[in-house]
Design a protein around this ligand. Structure first.
Ligand SMILES: *Cc1c(COP(=O)(O)O)cnc(C)c1O
Length: 310
């Protein structure tokens, strides 16, 4: 069944989260449910893809190609958006084709995405001219969308996240970072008195400072300041799960009835709880955590999470 993409930005629910740690400290925690934007083009990926798809439609290209891993939320969202909008898509996937595809890639193929598996070494050099011309020989002319949907349109799309709610009413707005594109968009649209916290999902997230500043510069936006990064909640690296992460996520779901996934939003929650423990919130503060979605990826993480809870 086709579930149409929203034409305008959808109305996004906000949940007040009653976690005892926050309640005792007199801090209001709320959750922006970007996971509910669309059942298949989830979370921030809708905002990241919005203008990329428009740019593609405005080009002469007939084919949209992008890159990602076997569990990529970006590949999943792109494959569905392509299916829904009648755009032919190719996914260049890191690693050899496995005997059994991940559910993410099964979905992508079902939605008509052609999958091109490349070795990890090749994937690292994926922007290499020889590699790209090989792809052009095979598939014909295409529009290449960088890994994670990064590009000039990300800031324009992601700053719109702040227009979905009364952003100026919050003291802190927090989201997880992969490439930092989403946070860069939030920085671009940030009300003056609001602080932003980006939480790196990757180990060695120091690169985010330069990448985010680079994105802002490319979009000709002066860095307004008032944002910071938590680089110590990656729990060992991308898609790694620790028992403190699994425990915090379970605690959150018990109190809210809302599920998170551990690759991104679980780590963002962890950073907020850590800030709370360190006494960094004033009584009366109002905090918005952005649930950036990506629940499809949880299908590959359930076993690891359970193991960390036992
Ligand atoms: C892709 C993704 C992110 C990271 O977004 P960036 O713009 O790359 O920083 C965060 N959360 C989820 C669920 C994602 O899928």
């Amino acid at each position: 069944m086709t579930q149409h993409l929203p034409v305008a930005n959808p109305v996004i629910p906000i949940d007040v989260i009653e976690l005892p740690e926050f309640q005792q400290a007199g801090v209001q925690l709320e959750l922006l449910r970007l996971d509910l934007v669309h059942p298949l083009v989830s979370g921030n990926k809708w905002f990241k893809l919005k203008y990329a798809l428009q740019a593609f439609q405005a080009s002469d290209c007939q084919l949209l190609l992008s890159f990602g891993g076997a569990w990529s939320n970006h590949i999943h969202a792109l494959a569905y958006a392509g299916f829904e909008q009648g755009i032919e898509t190719v996914g260049v996937i890191r690693g050899e084709r496995p005997a059994k595809l991940s559910p993410t890639l099964v979905d992508a193929e079902r939605w008509g995405m052609q999958l091109e598996f490349v070795t990890r070494a090749q994937y690292r050099d994926k922007t290499d001219a020889v590699f790209m011309s090989g792809l052009r020989e095979k598939y014909g002319e295409f529009y290449a969308l960088p890994e994670g949907g990064a590009g000039e349109w990300v800031i324009a799309g992601c700053r719109e996240i702040l227009s979905l709610f009364d952003a100026a009413a919050y003291d802190l707005i927090c989201c997880a970072c992969g490439t930092g594109g989403t946070l860069a968009g939030l920085i671009a649209g940030k009300p003056a008195d609001v602080s932003l916290l980006g939480v790196s999902a990757l180990k060695g997230g120091e690169f985010l400072y330069a990448d985010i500043r680079g994105l802002l510069t490319a979009a000709q936006i002066d860095d307004p300041g008032g944002w910071s990064l938590a680089l110590d909640c990656h729990e060992g690296g991308y898609a790694k799960v620790s028992s403190r992460l699994a425990t915090v996520m379970q605690h959150f779901t018990e109190h809210s009835g809302i599920r998170l996934e551990p690759v991104y939003t679980g780590k963002a929650l962890l950073a907020l709880l850590q800030k709370m423990e360190r006494g960094e919130f004033a009584r009366g503060a109002r905090v918005m955590l952005i649930h950036t979605g990506g629940m499809q990826g949880l299908r590959g993480m359930e076993a690891a999470l359970l193991k960390k809870l036992s």
